[in-house]
Design a binder for this molecule. Structure first.
Ligand SMILES: [Zn+2]
Length: 149
């Protein structure tokens, strides 16, 4: 049997088995949910909301960029559209997750976030890059590209 990875659908929450070879081939953006037929990796930033951080980020089958942000932070608002473009450009190769530190202070504590915006790139549950402050898209891509499949 072919190797599979488990991941929850961002729309309906159903746990899907994803073919690992398609993820490695960069075809993740084409995979649809077996339950709701929505895209598993829609190419949009995901708000962590009530989702489980471990399942969404630490056990994700793709690299995950986590943006720790706050609504009162001006540079965070500047970074928002940059992350939307990044998520669209790397749909199926990178997952972008937004964590509002006012609502999820325990996550900010756990990862020692001292200022916003702070971006952390996770790969297989490990932080491989930390970036402080807003950045232009090209600079962000330069940091992330080496970690993509
Ligand atoms: Zn679904």
């Amino acid at each position: 049997m072919a190797e599979t990875e488990l991941y929850s659908c961002p729309a309906c929450g159903a746990v899907n088995r994803l073919p690992a070879d398609r993820l490695v081939a960069g075809e993740g953006h084409k995979i649809v949910c077996g339950k709701c037929r929505g895209k598993i990796f829609p190419g949009l930033p995901i708000e962590i909301g009530g989702r489980d951080f471990a399942a969404t980020v630490l056990h994700a089958p793709l690299p995950v960029l986590v943006d720790f942000w706050a609504p009162w932070c001006g540079p965070c608002r500047m970074l928002g559209p940059v992350l939307e473009r990044l998520a669209a450009q790397l749909a199926g190769r990178l997952i972008v997750v937004k964590v509002n530190i006012d609502e999820h202070a325990h996550l900010a504590d756990r990862f020692s976030v001292r200022s916003v915006p702070t971006m952390m790139l996770f790969r297989r549950g490990q932080v491989v890059e930390t970036m402080l402050g807003a950045m232009p898209l090209e600079a962000l891509l330069g940091k992330i590209r080496p970690w993509l499949h």
